[in-house]
Ligand binder design. Sequence first.
Ligand code: ADP
Length: 321
Amino acid sequence: MTTFRNARFKLTAWYLLIIISISSAFSVVIYKMLTSEVDRLLAIQQIRMERQFVPARVYIDPELVAEVKNRLIIMLLSVNGVILVTSGVLGYILAGRTLQPIEVALEEQNRFIADASHELRTPLTAIKTEIEVALRDKHLSLAAAKTYLASNLEEIDKLKNLTNNLLTLSRVKSQAQLPLSDINLNTLVGKLCSKNYRLQNQVTDITIQSHPETLSELLTILIDNALKYSPADQSVLVKSAVHNKSVDIKIIDHGIGVKSTELPHIFDRFYRSDLSRNKTHIDGFGLGLSIAQNLAKSLNAKLAVRSVLDKGSTFTISLPK
Ligand code: ADP
């Protein structure tokens, strides 16, 4: 990007300006100090010569002194030249390194805006097209008008979900240190599982220190996905495993699973597997797991997945004890 190339050059120029000002100031000081000492010596020699104190063998030739001064200037200029070139190259490399994370973040943000706009445009286009068709139809019946309105309402719900997801993502990303409290896992998971008869709570009666709302939010995303991506007659299991330093919560489904090639990408923002996008037509924006990943991070937890296509998936949250 040209903005970053320009910024890199500017930053290098600033590094150079600072370094060369310091090194030339030092050179001037060194030159002044050395030449004033030599001038002082010459002045003493002059006085002594006038009083005939100086033996011929220790006589300092003023012409030689002038030549030494010239050589000193050349040496200092060469040293400054070397410093200029070296710091120019190093400055350029360092400026690149300083700016790289900012460049990556900006590129990611641009991609995010493009993806979000694309997702927003799809339902908006559908709504617009349907309204246009309805307006053009001169003999539109009440029943047909209701069908259009119902379809528009569906698209509006999608837009609402998307904006809610986007807001959650930005809230979770800027979340500060969360206050921890005692949570009984069995009670918390029990509450979530009571919302759907397909959910089975097999979590042990253990108390951990965590943030209840965030943990509920994280579990809700994974449980909703497990329900969404498995057949309506299949149950979803929520289990736990207690280790020395951590407690695992596993959400296990026997649904469509994820292809091994797609598995590394499912936590990316706006990523949806081919299967959920094309074949099964399951609604979603590909933001749930990205939010889940950020929620897990704010709980100092790890989120992992194992999945086999057509067999099912297991999402594991490893919480610190
Ligand atoms: P969404 O569900 O809105 O598409 P997510 O970020 O929650 O977005 O999930 C990203 C993708 O990961 C989904 O599109 C789906 O392909 C896959 N996925 C997530 N959870 C499961 C699951 N339990 N079983 C199978 N695939 C899943």
